[in-house]
Ligand binder design. Structure first.
Ligand code: WQD
Length: 331
């Protein structure tokens, strides 16, 4: 039996594919290569497919049958918050449309388990620093909405499968701030988030910009929960195993973070340390929609999946710096 990984050529997907292959699982990758990179999944069975295309469900069914797939990890989606505000329909079409086809194919082929990439963006602007899964979700952008709607669609698919007497289990993982690289060649090539942005600016001889230093936090800059992509990838493996071993999963939604926050200043300091450079950031304006602090309560995932992040900020930053060829030894 094989695991189908949609978006398997992406940054996070390729880390999960690597772990699955390492442990001897058969893997089928589906990716439209809009942002995925083929080199990351070299030598693996591959279907090039836009999951929102009109024929996507039928093509998925054919691929699932041909490769004897019994579980799916669904990453393929658009994930840029700003773009989602400018082009909401693109996000609804790709993220909701794509998941509709995945769930349709899963139902037609009797797939037994699904892991879904959700996001801390489902929470919106919570007024607590530490967020647990049962907090009210109030996403503040179309991207976060598509992830929350995705969770509802999956819950409804579980209910419908139960009514039909089918086995269908799912786990939804709400990622916090994913960063770092488990293998240099799988590093994040998009420059969308704090660590890659700072690295790019430093490499270009520019000062990184801190989006606001007047927040009600110890050093005035925003606090986030940075989780190593390899730890996150392990959480997917733990989720697959959880669905195999447990008849009826006790929980289906889990935060994936470290439970520890780091401020923007602390991240920049860690980058200065790992690159052995002096970095003097520029203080900029606050960015709209940024909660002052967002840290995962990880008690549920640790209790249910026995998963815990192994790496901290220093290792996350060091792996990103190494992958970017910016460590002092690679100068
Ligand atoms: C981190 C912190 C910025 C750039 C986003 C999505 C979220 C999830 C992860 C997918 C913030 C600050 C950033 C810069 C800065 N994505 N910053 N200077 O916004 O926490 O989360 O990515 O699921 O849904 O919203 O991540 O990396 O953009 O920012 O000061 O040049 O760094 O203000 O406090 P964010 P980020």
């Amino acid at each position: 039996m094989a695991v189908l990984v949609t978006g398997g050529a992406g940054y996070i997907g390729s880390h999960v594919v690597r772990l699955l292959v390492e442990r001897g699982d058969d893997v089928l990758v589906v990716d439209d290569f809009s942002t995925g990179i083929e080199n990351r999944v070299e030598g693996l069975p591959l279907v090039s497919l836009d999951l929102a295309a009109p024929d996507a469900e039928d093509r998925l069914v054919a691929a699932i049958e041909e490769h004897s797939v019994d579980s799916i990890i669904h990453f393929a989606a658009k994930k840029q918050v700003g773009e989602s505000v400018e082009r909401p329909l693109l996000y609804y079409r790709q993220n909701i449309g794509g998941l509709t086809n995945v769930l349709g194919a899963a139902e037609r082929t009797g797939i037994e388990s699904l892991v879904f990439s959700s996001s801390a963006a489902t929470y919106g602007m919570p007024d607590v620093e530490m967020v647990a899964e049962d907090l009210d979700c109030r996403p503040i952008n179309p991207y976060g909405e598509t992830k929350l709607i995705g969770e509802w669609m999956i819950d409804n698919a579980i209910t419908a499968a139960k009514m039909r007497g089918d086995t269908f289990k799912a786990v939804k993982l709400r990622y916090f701030n994913v960063a770092g690289a488990g293998w240099p060649e799988l590093a994040d090539t998009a420059v969308m988030n704090l660590i890659p942005i700072v690295l790019e600016r430093v490499a270009a001889g520019k000062a990184p910009i801190v989006f606001g230093n007047d927040y009600d936090t110890p050093d005035g800059t925003c606090i986030r929960d940075y989780v190593h992509v390899k730890d996150l990838a392990e959480a997917h493996i733990a989720s697959l195993d959880y669905m195999k071993s447990d008849d009826e999963p006790a929980e289906t939604v889990f935060n994936v973070g470290t439970g520890k926050g780091a401020s923007v200043k602390e991240v920049i300091d860690a980058i200065a340390e790992a690159t052995d450079r002096e970095i003097v950031p520029e203080m900029g304006e606050r960015r709209a929609g940024d909660p002052p602090a967002l840290v995962a309560d990880v008690s549920r995932i640790s209790a249910q999946l026995s998963w815990k992040a192994e790496f901290g900020l220093e290792e996350i930053v060091r792996s990103a710096v190494d992958a970017a060829g910016m460590s002092p030894t690679s100068k």
